[in-house]
Design a protein around this ligand. Structure first.
Ligand SMILES: *[C@@H]1O[C@H](CO)[C@@H](O)[C@H](O)[C@H]1NC(C)=O
Ligand SMILES: *[C@@H]1O[C@H](CO)[C@@H](O)[C@H](O)[C@H]1NC(C)=O
Ligand SMILES: *[C@@H]1O[C@H](CO)[C@@H](O)[C@H](O)[C@H]1NC(C)=O
Ligand SMILES: *[C@@H]1O[C@H](CO)[C@@H](O)[C@H](O)[C@H]1NC(C)=O
Ligand SMILES: *[C@@H]1O[C@H](CO)[C@@H](O)[C@H](O)[C@H]1NC(C)=O
Ligand SMILES: *[C@@H]1O[C@H](CO)[C@@H](O)[C@H](O)[C@H]1NC(C)=O
Ligand SMILES: *[C@@H]1O[C@H](CO)[C@@H](O)[C@H](O)[C@H]1NC(C)=O
Ligand SMILES: *[C@@H]1O[C@H](CO)[C@@H](O)[C@H](O)[C@H]1NC(C)=O
Ligand SMILES: *[C@@H]1O[C@H](CO)[C@@H](O)[C@H](O)[C@H]1NC(C)=O
Ligand SMILES: *[C@@H]1O[C@H](CO)[C@@H](O)[C@H](O)[C@H]1NC(C)=O
Ligand SMILES: *[C@@H]1O[C@H](CO)[C@@H](O)[C@H](O)[C@H]1NC(C)=O
Ligand SMILES: *[C@@H]1O[C@H](CO)[C@@H](O)[C@H](O)[C@H]1NC(C)=O
Length: 810
C-alpha cells in the first residue's frame, strides 16, 4: 500500500471549501473545464425528497425507473451542483400526454408522468431549474408551494393539464428569469406578478385566463418576451402596462370576442422596439395605432381582428423593410393598396377579410399572399406570372376580379396553392400549366369560366386537389380527365360536362371526394367506383344517370369501416387553413366547425335511377348522409337500413318505393333529417325514439297508404292520406331544400377536408401559429371547443348564405 499524502488531502479539502463558497470560482471552474476526479453523491434528504416526489406520480412508461439507488444525481432528469451535491435541476419534459390510460402500450414509448406534485420538492432548497412541461397533472391546480422554491430561475409547467388560478405565491420567486405556464387551463386574472424583477420571459399563452392584466406587469423591466396570446382577458391595456418594458422584443396578446381593450394615448411613444408584435381579437381602436410608427425594426406583425376601420396610412408601409410577416386580416380596412411596398424577400402577407378596393397590386418579394374576401376589382395583370414568379401561395378568392386568368401563371414555378374562387373571372382556363411542378391545389370554382379542362392541368405532377365547380365549363369527361389519375379530390359540380362517368371510375381510383353534381352526365353508375379505397364523398346528384344503383356500393371501404375512415385523419390542425378559406360566414372564428371529421356522403338524387335500393348499401355503417330522392326507384326500403347507425340524413323522397317503413329505422338515433315523401309507402308510421319527435307531416306526405301520426290518416280506417297535397307541396319543397342544403354543406367540408389534409403542413396559417407559439396544437383544440358553442348558429348562417347564393330548383 502506498503512503497517503497528507498534502493531497488538505488540498482537496481546501478546494472543496473554496468551491462551495465562491460563485466566482464556480463560474471559473465551468469555464476552464477543470476536471476534478471525485464524485459527490447526492444528499440523502434530497434523495428522499425525490423518491417522495416520484411516489406521487404515475409513470406508466417507466421513465423514472433509474430513480433507485443512492446516487440521485445520476437519476434521469436530475442534476446536482458538482460542488455542493445539491439538486439544482429537475428536467422532466414529457411528450405531451393526454389522458392517463394505464397499461396502454402507447405510453411505453412516450415519456409521460401523471399524478400530483408532492411538496417534498421543498426539500430541494437549491433547485433553480424545474421543467415538468408536457406531463399530465389531471387538471390539478399549480401548487402554492412552488412559490417557495426561492432559488428557481427557470420554471416551465406548460402543457401539463394544470387548471385553476395562477398561484399568487409565484410572485415570491424573486430569482425567476423564465416562467412558462402556457397551454394549460388556469383561469382568472394575472396575479400582481410580485418581486419578479429579473423575469425576462413570461409565457401564459393558450390558457383560459379571463381576468385582468395588472398594470404592474409594466415594472418587469427585464422583460424580453411577453406572451399572453390565446386567452380571454377582460382588461384594459394602458401605457402603464409597458412603462418600464424598454427591452421588450416579442409581444403577443389576444383575447376572445374582443374583450381586451387598448386605451393608450394617441401620442404615446412606446418605450420598446419590437421585432415581433401579434395582437389578435382585441379592441385596438378603429384607427391605425400611431405608436406603431416608432417600431421600425419590426419583422413580424399581426393585427388580426382588432377592429381597424381605417385606410392604411402611408407611414405604415415604410415600417416594413424588415418585414417577413404581415397579417392584418379580419378587420374592416378600407382603401386601395399601394402599387409597390418594400418587404424582405419571401415575405408573407395576409390582408384577407377586409374591405380593400382597387386593383390587385403586384408586390415584389412577397411569396405568400392572401387578399381573400375583399372588394378588389379589375382584372389580374397579364404579366403577373412574370413579375410574381416568386409566389408559392396565392389566395385571391372572394373578390370582384374579372377578365381572364393570365397565361403567365405558368411562370410561377414554385406555386403550390392557387385559389381564385368566387370572382368574376371569365373565358377559358389557361392552357399552359406545364412546369408548375409543385402545384398541389387549384381552386377556380364560382367564376364564369367556359370551355374545357386543359389537358396540361392533369399532367401536373403534384396536383391533388382540383376544384372547378360552379362555372360554365363543358366537355366530355373522358377527354377532360384522361391523365388526372393522381387526384385525391375533384369537384366539377355545376358545369356542363357530359358523357359517362366510366373514364373517371377507371382512372381516378384514389379520389376521396368526387363531386360531379349538376352536370349532364349520362350512362350508368360504373361498378369500378365501388373499389375506390378512400372514397368518402360521392356526389352524382342532378345529372341524367340511368340504370340501377350498383349493389357493390356496399363495398366502399371508407364508408364501411372507421379504420379506413380515420386512416387519413383530418385533424383540425391540418384543415384549418382551407377551412378558413371555405367557411366565410361572419368572421373567422365561425369557420372552424365540424372539420375534425370527414363526412361520408352518397348523393345520387335527381337522376333517372331505376330498380331497388340494394340491401348491400346497409353495410356502409359509417355513412352520414344518403340522398336517393327524385329517381325512379322501386321496391322496398331495405329492411336492415337501421344498421346505418351513423346516418344523420336520409332522403328517399320522390321515388316509387313501396312497403312499410322498416322498424329497424327507429334505432337510427343520429338521424335528424328524414324525408320519405312522395312514394308508395304503406302501413303505420313508426312512433318510437326520434320518430316520436318528428311531428312534421311533410316527411311522409304523398304516400297514399301511410297512416298514423303525424299524418291525420287514422290507421284503423285502412285508407290513405286525404289531405290536399297541393297545399302542402310548398312546405315539402322547403323541407327538402333545407335538407339539400345541409348536404351541400357537407360536401364543401369534405372537399377541403381532403385537400386540407394534404396541404396544411405547409400552409402559411400553420406556420403562422407556429410562430405565435411553437406548440400550436392546443390552439386548434381551443378554437374547436370555443367554436363548438357556435355550431348551431353557424350552421344556420351558412345555410342562409347558401340560400342567398344559389337557387336550387327542387
Ligand atoms: C463517478 O461516478 C461515475 C458514474 O457513476 C463513475 O463512472 C466514476 O467512476 C465515478 N468516479 C469516481 C472517482 O468515483
Ligand atoms: C409568498 O406570497 C404570499 C402571497 O403573495 C405571501 O402571503 C407569503 O407571505 C409569501 N411567502 C414568502 C415565503 O415570502
Ligand atoms: C419583495 O420586494 C419588496 C420590495 O420591493 C420587499 O420589501 C419584499 O421583502 C420582497 N419580498 C420577497 C419575498 O422577496
Ligand atoms: C420605471 O419607469 C419610470 C419612468 O417611467 C421610472 O421613474 C422608474 O424608475 C422605472 N422603474 C424601474 C424599476 O426601472
Ligand atoms: C361577444 O360580445 C358581444 C358584445 O360585446 C356580445 O353581444 C356577445 O354575446 C359576445 N359573444 C360571446 C360568444 O361571448
Ligand atoms: C426584396 O428583398 C431584398 C432582400 O431582402 C431587398 O434587398 C430588396 O430591397 C427587397 N425589394 C423590395 C422591393 O422590397
Ligand atoms: C423556387 O424555390 C427555390 C427553392 O426555394 C428557389 O431557389 C427559387 O429561386 C424559387 N424560384 C422562384 C422563381 O422564385
Ligand atoms: C372588369 O370590371 C371593370 C369594372 O370594375 C370594367 O370596367 C371592365 O370592363 C371589366 N372587364 C372585363 C374584361 O369584364
Ligand atoms: C357558357 O359557355 C358556352 C360555350 O361553352 C357559351 O355559349 C355560353 O354563352 C356561356 N354562358 C355563359 C353564361 O357565360
Ligand atoms: C393510389 O394510391 C396508392 C396508395 O397510395 C398508390 O400506390 C397508387 O399508385 C395510387 N394510384 C394512382 C393511379 O395514383
Ligand atoms: C336523359 O337520358 C335519357 C336517356 O337515358 C334521354 O332520353 C333524356 O332525353 C335525357 N334527358 C336529358 C335532360 O338530357
Ligand atoms: C409560404 O408557403 C410555403 C408553402 O406553403 C411555405 O413552405 C413557406 O414557409 C411560406 N413562406 C412563408 C414566408 O411563410
Amino acid at each position: 500500500m502506498a503512503n497517503r499524502n497528507p498534502t493531497f488531502e488538505l488540498t482537496v479539502l481546501l478546494i472543496l471549501v473554496l468551491l462551495t463558497k465562491s460563485k466566482f470560482l464556480e463560474a471559473l471552474r465551468s469555464n476552464s473545464h477543470a476536471t476534478v476526479d471525485f464524485n459527490i453523491s447526492c444528499i440523502e434528504k434530497e434523495r428522499e425528497a425525490l423518491l417522495q416526489f416520484k411516489d406521487g406520480l404515475k409513470d406508466p412508461s417507466g421513465w423514472l425507473s433509474s430513480w433507485v439507488g443512492d446516487d440521485c444525481c445520476n437519476w434521469v432528469g436530475v442534476s446536482c451542483s458538482i460542488q455542493t451535491g445539491h439538486v439544482v435541476t429537475l428536467e422532466l419534459k414529457g411528450s405531451v400526454c393526454d389522458s392517463y390510460q394505464e397499461n396502454k402500450a402507447a405510453y411505453y414509448r412516450k415519456s409521460c408522468l401523471f399524478g400530483k406534485l408532492n411538496p417534498s420538492l421543498l426539500n430541494l432548497p437549491f433547485l433553480s431549474y424545474l421543467d415538468l412541461s408536457g406531463n399530465n397533472f389531471h387538471g390539478n391546480p399549480i401548487p402554492e408551494f412552488i412559490g417557495s422554491l426561492k432559488n428557481l430561475r427557470y420554471l416551465d409547467l406548460s402543457q401539463a393539464s394544470f387548471t385553476g388560478m395562477v398561484p399568487s405565491s409565484l410572485g415570491n420567486l424573486s430569482n425567476l428569469e423564465h416562467l412558462d405556464l402556457s397551454h394549460n387551463s388556469f383561469f382568472g386574472s394575472l396575479p400582481r406578478l410580485g418581486n419578479l424583477s429579473l423575469l425576462s420571459n413570461l409565457d401564459l399563452s393558450f390558457n383560459l385566463m379571463d381576468g385582468m392584466i395588472p398594470e404592474d406587469i409594466g415594472q418587469l423591466s427585464e422583460l424580453f418576451t411577453l406572451n399572453l396570446y390565446g386567452n380571454s382577458w377582460k382588461s384594459v391595456i394602458s401605457e402603464n402596462h409597458f412603462r418600464n418594458l424598454s427591452g421588450l422584443t416579442f409581444l403577443y396578446l389576444s383575447s376572445t370576442n374582443k374583450s381586451l381593450v387598448f386605451n393608450v394615448r394617441h401620442d404615446w411613444v412606446a418605450p420598446f422596439s419590437l421585432s415581433t408584435l401579434a395582437i389578435g381579437d382585441c379592441q385596438l381602436g378603429s384607427a391605425f395605432p400611431s405608436w406603431l410608427e416608432s417600431q421600425a425594426g419590426i419583422s413580424r406583425l399581426t393585427l388580426s381582428n382588432v377592429g381597424l376601420l381605417d385606410t392604411i396610412p402611408g407611414w405604415f408601409w415604410r415600417l416594413l423593410p424588415q418585414a417577413q410577416w404581415l397579417d392584418l386580416s379580419d378587420n374592416q380596412i378600407r382603401g386601395e393598396l399601394p402599387k409597390s411596398i418594400n418587404v424582405r424577400v419571401d415575405a408573407w402577407i395576409d390582408l384577407g377579410f377586409n374591405r380593400l378596393e382597387g386593383s390587385l397590386p403586384l408586390w415584389s418579394n412577397v411569396s405568400n399572399l392572401s387578399l381573400r374576401n375583399n372588394l378588389l376589382t379589375g382584372s389580374i395583370p397579364i404579366d403577373i406570372g412574370h413579375r410574381m414568379s416568386i409566389f408559392e401561395n396565392l389566395d385571391l378568392s372572394n373578390n370582384l376580379l374579372n377578365g381572364s386568368i393570365p397565361q403567365s401563371i405558368s411562370e410561377m414555378r414554385n406555386l403550390s396553392f392557387l385559389d381564385l374562387s368566387n370572382n368574376h373571372l371569365s373565358r377559358e382556363i389557361p392552357s399552359n400549366w406545364q412546369g408548375l411542378d409543385k402545384l398541389r391545389v387549384i381552386d377556380l370554382s364560382k367564376n364564369r369560366l367556359s370551355g374545357g379542362i386543359p389537358s396540361s392541368i392533369c399532367s401536373l405532377p403534384s396536383l391533388v386537389c382540383l376544384r372547378l365547380s360552379s362555372n360554365n365549363l363543358s366537355g366530355e369527361l373522358s377527354a377532360s380527365l384522361q391523365d388526372c389519375t393522381r387526384l385525391l379530390s375533384l369537384d366539377l359540380g355545376q358545369n356542363g360536362f357530359f358523357g359517362t362517368i366510366r373514364p373517371i371510375a377507371e382512372k381516378l381510383i384514389n379520389v376521396s371526394y368526387l363531386g360531379l353534381r349538376a352536370n349532364m352526365l349520362t350512362g350508368s353508375i360504373p361498378e369500378q367506383l365501388c373499389g375506390f379505397p378512400v372514397l368518402h364523398i360521392l356526389d352524382l346528384a342532378h345529372n341524367n344517370l340511368s340504370g340501377g344503383i350498383p349493389t357493390c356500393l356496399g363495398n366502399l371501404k371508407a364508408m364501411k369501416y372507421t379504420r379506413y375512415y380515420s386512416s387519413v385523419p383530418p385533424s383540425i390542425e391540418r384543415i384549418e387553413f382551407t377551412l378558413h378559406a371555405e367557411f366565410v360566414v361572419k368572421g373567422r372564428q365561425n369557420e372552424y366547425r365540424k372539420i375534425n371529421s370527414l363526412l361520408n356522403i352518397i348523393d345520387l338524387s335527381s337522376n333517372n335511377l331505376i330498380g331497388e335500393i340494394p340491401e348491400e348499401i346497409t353495410s356502409l355503417t359509417v355513412l352520414h348522409a344518403l340522398n336517393l330522392s327524385w329517381n325512379q326507384l322501386t321496391g322496398k326500403i331495405p329492411e336492415n337500413i337501421g344498421s346505418l347507425q351513423q346516418l344523420e340524413t336520409l332522403d328517399l323522397s320522390c321515388n316509387h318505393l313501396s312497403g312499410p317503413i322498416p322498424p329497424s329505422m327507429s334505432s337510427m338515433t343520429f338521424l335528424s333529417h328524414l324525408n320519405l315523401s312522395y312514394n308508395n309507402l304503406s302501413g303505420k308510421i313508426l312512433s318510437s325514439n326520434q320518430f316520436a319527435t318528428w311531428n312534421d307531416p311533410s316527411i311522409y306526405e304523398g304516400n297514399l297508404y301511410l297512416c298514423g301520426p303525424p299524418l291525420t290518416t287514422n290507421c284503423s280506417s285502412g285508407h290513405g292520406d286525404s289531405e290536399d297535397n297541393d297545399k302542402v307541396e310548398d312546405e315539402d319543397k322547403s323541407e327538402k331544400f333545407w335538407f339539400y342544403v345541409s348536404v351541400v354543406l357537407g360536401f364543401i367540408v369534405g372537399f377541403w377536408a381532403v385537400c386540407g389534409t394534404l396541404i396544411i403542413k405547409e400552409s402559411w396559417r400553420h406556420t403562422y401559429f407556429r410562430f405565435v407559439d411553437e406548440t400550436k396544437d392546443k390552439l386548434f383544440v381551443i378554437i374547436a371547443v370555443h367554436v363548438g358553442h357556435l355550431y348551431k348558429k353557424v350552421c344556420r348562417c351558412q345555410k342562409i348564405k347558401v340560400v342567398a347564393n344559389k337557387r336550387y330548383e327542387l
